[in-house]
Each structure stands twice: as structure tokens, then as C-alpha cells.
Design a protein around this ligand. Structure first.
Ligand SMILES: [Zn+2]
Length: 432
């Protein structure tokens, strides 16, 4: 597929890390290729861009279910995260990388702790990522300062890591876990370093109300007041926004990550994506962490992304398949500041290409490629994944990672952290 145009009998040629030709086979230059991948019955498309996740949370997949956000975070996830060691994050991130390769995601934006270990997992896996070391002040200014410094140190060290496949952002967690003073410093540091900012915004109705009561302004208004907003800000969720706040996001060209599966699972409400798109806001799609999704399958997230908006607006024409596909590719790339290099199949861009196997009962017949891709396909239909011109998976065999070993290590790591589920559930019960 080129742009939104479907090319039948097409060829994608790759030289080194870039696309050197894309289009009709009949018009392709004669090239003596080192390697030829047979694409019969398959659809080549840009690798998917996951705009918001916390990769190492694969370790907490399925550990605490069906709880409200605040309780889930404070009573289950944060106590578990306090036990995490750098090595644990590495194995959790490797598992996440493996899952993403198998599901056709080639680029992702991550915010977590021990992000240097996520960077190492990305390097080994061969993926592309925008990484942010998380900053969570939680009422202790000295902790906030320390975490900001760590986030800055990470950004300085890892920009351009893994042959340029890793870029960086600063990662303040939210407005309710970071003070305005700290957020002001984050903004200044990001501008000094010329890197972006990844933050959760307007996810929980409760905390949005608390911010309004405390400051007399809504979250976006507050951020505008301190000069925080800009085209380098990636705001995850953006559910509880007023019309004025949406206009402010558009005015400052803030990028939005829409994470429909996690939002539905935690019953946080529905982001008004149609309104944001109508205002010209760039919106990408994210899975959020695997503990609140519970997977990293962008095909599943694309389908839910479309369905939820149709349901919310009571209008089946909202968010058609082609729009959602763009959100998960080129718009996601824009949201991460990578659109010059990835997000579409174009000559001169990085060769981040996936092949979808359409020879499947649930993808037959083909009347409309986009319809099958968004409404019928899943991550397990991805056959081949190429990033930076390197084949990471072919015929569903991952070349860069040992699947068995990673699953085993991740299982052991997860078991060690949690030991058993009982103390966590007991912890929740004791608090209620
Ligand atoms: Zn998140």
C-alpha cells in the first residue's frame, strides 16, 4: 500500500536501511536483490506505531483485574512496581518487544522506570522506540527533582542509541503526581535538550475534578498557563476535556495518544477523538501498558478504536477504517516526531515494513483491503516484520530473539516479583 492507495502486484525494494522503490512490479527497476521475500497473498504496509505503553508491565499481565484505576494503581500496581529491579524491567521489556514484533508493531513510545534496560531490550530486538524515563513526584519534591535528573540523564545518554532507532523524551507521569513547579522544570529541560515530553493527561474524571478544585483551572488550561504545551508534547488519553481544552491542544499542536482498550477496561470514559480530529489535532493509537489492556496487539486496538468512536457518537461513519489505519501509522509517526523517517511506504524513508498474510479464512474474500485489515485482522496475521531494512521476523519466526527463552525468563521474573497473587489481593482487601 502506498499512502492510502492500494497497489496490486507491487514491489517494495530496500537498500541498506531505506526504501529504494515502492510501486508496481511492472515499473520496478531491475535490481539484483540479495534476498527476495515472496509476498504472494500478502499485503505490505508500514509497520504499526504504538504511541503509548509501559512495556515492562507485561510482567503484571493478568495479575490484578477488574479494579477501578486509582485503586488498581495505588493498591496493586505501585506496590508491585516498588519491587521491580532493573533486570526485571529488561526481561519484561524483552517479552514486550517479542510480542510487538509478532503483532507487526515496529515503533513504540514507552514511559517507565529503568528505561535504560528498555533501551537495551529494543537494541537486541531490533525495534524502533521513543523512550522516556518516568518522573513521579507524588508529593515529595526531592524525589521529583531526583527523578527529573534521572530522566534528563537518560535522555542525554540514549538519544540516537541502537543505530539511531532509539530517540528520547522526558516522562512526567501526570498533573496529579507532579507539581506545577516540577512540570515547569521538565518543560525547560525538554526545550534545552530539544527533546519531547510524554505525559498522561485527563485520564481520570476524579483527578481532573481534583485539579480543577485545587487550582481553579482544568488540566490543559493549567499546562498552558505554565507554558508547558507545545508540538513536542505527547499527551496520553485526553478523555475528560472541555471544548476549550481541545481547542488549546489544537492551538499548541499537542499530539494525542488514543488508548481505547485500556480506557474501556478501566472504565475511564471515551476520548472525543472525532472532535479532536475535526480541530486538526494529530492523534495516534496506543495500547497502554499490558496490565491494563491486556496485550500489545495494535490490530485489536485499531478495531476497538474505530468501534468505540462509532458507539460514542452514535454514528457508524465516524473513524472509518482508512482513518484508523493512518492513525496507527503515519499519524502515530507524527505524534512521535518521526514522520520524516517512518509511518508510510515511501522512497527514502526507513524500511519499516510488515507483511500481512491475507490467505486466511477470516480475511477472505477481499473486497476492501482496509476493511479486512481493521475489522478482521489480528496481530497473529503478521507474517514478516522488517525494521531499518533488517528482517526481524519471517514466516512468523523471530530472528532477533529466542522466543522460548524470553517467555521462560519473563515467567520466572514475574513469579519472583509477585511470589503469589494472594498477598496483592489481600493487600487490596485490607485497604477496603
Ligand atoms: Zn499509561
Amino acid at each position: 500500500m502506498v499512502g492510502r492507495e492500494v497497489v496490486k502486484e507491487g514491489v517494495v525494494a530496500i537498500k541498506d536501511d531505506k526504501i529504494s522503490y515502492v510501486g508496481k512490479k511492472s515499473k520496478a527497476p531491475r535490481i539484483k536483490a540479495e534476498k527476495i521475500i515472496d509476498g504472494h497473498g500478502k499485503v505490505a504496509m508500514p509497520g504499526l506505531v504504538n504511541c503509548h505503553t509501559h512495556l515492562a508491565m507485561t510482567l503484571f499481565r493478568g495479575i490484578v483485574e477488574d479494579q477501578p484505576l486509582e485503586k488498581w494503581l495505588k493498591e496493586a500496581i505501585w506496590p508491585l512496581e516498588a519491587k521491580l529491579k532493573p533486570k526485571d524491567v529488561y526481561y519484561g521489556a524483552l517479552l514486550g518487544c517479542l510480542e510487538m514484533i509478532k503483532g507487526g508493531t515496529t515503533t513504540f513510545a514507552d514511559m517507565y522506570f529503568y528505561e535504560d534496560h528498555v533501551a537495551k531490550a529494543v537494541e537486541k530486538a531490533g525495534l524502533r522506540a521513543v523512550l522516556a524515563q518516568g518522573i513521579l513526584e507524588a508529593g515529595v519534591p526531592s524525589r521529583g527533582e531526583k527523578m527529573l535528573q534521572d530522566s534528563v540523564n537518560f535522555a542525554r545518554k540514549y538519544e540516537g542509541y541502537a543505530d539511531g532507532r532509539v530517540t528520547v523524551q522526558l516522562g512526567p507521569h501526570t498533573l496529579y503526581t507532579c507539581s506545577l513547579d516540577l512540570l515547569d522544570k521538565v518543560r525547560q529541560k525538554a526545550s534545552d535538550l530539544n527533546v519531547g515530553i510524554h505525559i498522561h493527561l485527563a485520564e481520570s474524571e476524579e483527578t481532573v475534578k481534583q485539579t480543577k478544585m485545587k487550582h481553579g483551572l482544568s488540566e490543559v488550561e493549567l499546562l498552558e498557563k505554565i507554558g508547558f504545551l507545545g508540538s513536542d508534547v505527547l499527551a496520553a488519553h485526553c478523555i475528560h476535556l472541555t471544548e476549550k481544552e481541545m481547542q488549546l491542544l489544537a492551538k499548541h499542536n499537542v499530539k494525542v495518544s488514543y488508548n481505547p482498550v485500556a480506557n474501556m477496561k478501566l472504565a475511564q470514559g471515551t476520548a472525543k477523538i472525532k472532535d479532536l480530529l475535526d480541530l486538526g489535532v494529530t492523534v495516534g493509537v496506543g495500547t497502554d501498558g499490558p496490565a491494563s489492556n491486556n496485550n500489545l496487539d495494535m490490530f485489536q486496538s485499531m478495531k476497538v478504536a474505530a468501534l468505540l468512536q462509532k458507539q460514542y457518537y452514535n454514528d457508524p461513519t465516524v473513524l472509518p477504517a482508512q482513518t484508523v489505519r493512518s492513525m496507527a501509522t503515519i499519524d502515530g509517526a507524527k505524534a512521535l516526531g518521526l514522520e520524516k523517517n517512518v509511518g508510510s511506504l515511501e522512497v527514502g524513508k526507513k524500511a519499516d515494513v510488515i507483511l500481512l498474510d491475507f490467505k486466511k479464512p477470516h480475511l477472505t474474500p477481499v473486497h476492501d483491503f482496509y476493511a479486512n485489515m481493521i475489522y478482521s485482522a489480528s496481530g497473529s496475521d503478521v507474517d514478516t516484520v522488517i525494521v531499518d531494512g533488517k528482517v526481524l521476523m519471517e514466516d512468523r519466526n523471530v530472528k532477533t530473539l529466542d522466543e522460548e527463552e524470553i517467555m521462560l525468563k519473563a515467567q520466572k521474573t514475574a513469579t519472583n516479583i509477585t511470589k503469589s497473587k494472594i498477598p496483592i489481593f489481600k493487600f487490596i482487601k485490607d485497604q477496603t
